[in-house]
Design a protein around this ligand. Structure first.
Ligand code: MD6
Ligand code: FE
Length: 206
């Protein structure tokens, strides 16, 4: 990050946004959604290298990556079925923290086993950057890195715990970010351990 200790305008870190009860209810819903739209292992465009996270989506559109590229599509790439709907609790979160008139269209669900990571990236496959990306963390804690809008600059690290919410909006919308590591065994929320990260997005222009 370029400027001292300040987070960029439009970045929000809301630790403990969801209570333990809310978290358990959300995990219960996610178990049903994952039964309907199973986690799949995406591959990188061109190289075909597997991601270390497994993913699925909720909403009218879901983010997928395969040999042909990154894109949003209405169907699960393996089952060909539409994604389950985004539950009300997540629509409410978007309305409360997103400061966006239009509803989210996609909720990417990433599952990290203890050894998984996510390289530094920008979320820029959407057709609008006027809406924020709102993220929810569940399960094991993770070290989240936030950089600036240019690749390779200084970064700040945040330890995201279960129930925390992060928003990348405004000037922070296109900041690079990634997950350095998962702290395996740091939460007992998920019975098989690991971490879930949900990111709510708007894809179409508002
Ligand atoms: C993660 N998060 O927390 C990865 N993207 O596992 C993201 O990639 C992310 O937290 C956009 C906005 C907020 C995020
Ligand atoms: Fe991201």
């Amino acid at each position: 990050m370029q400027m001292g200790d300040a987070f960029p305008q439009g970045f929000q870190y809301l630790p403990g946004y969801f209570s333990e009860k809310d978290q358990r209810e959300l995990v219960g819903l996610l178990r049903e959604f994952v039964a309907e739209a199973p986690l799949f292992t995406p591959v990188m465009p061109r190289t075909g290298k597997e991601f270390s996270v497994r993913m699925t989506n909720l909403g009218d559109l879901g983010w997928v990556s395969d040999l042909k590229g990154y894109r949003y599509q209405a169907q699960h790439p393996v089952s060909g079925r539409n994604w389950p709907a985004i539950p009300e609790v997540l629509i409410n979160l978007w309305q409360k923290v997103g400061h966006c008139a239009a509803p989210p269209e996609a909720c990417l669900v990433n599952y990290y086993a203890a050894t998984a990571k996510m390289g530094m990236h920008q979320d820029r496959d959407e057709k609008t950057f006027d809406a924020p990306v709102v993220s929810v963390s569940l399960g094991d804690a993770a070290i989240f890195k936030l950089g600036g809008v240019k690749r390779g600059g200084p970064t700040k690290s945040l330890r995201l715990q279960s129930g925390d919410v992060v928003v990348l909006g405004g000037d922070a919308r296109l900041c690079y970010h990634g997950i350095d590591r998962i702290q395996g065994g740091s939460s007992s929320l998920l019975k098989d351990g690991g971490r879930l990260n949900l990111t709510l997005r708007r894809v179409s222009p508002i």
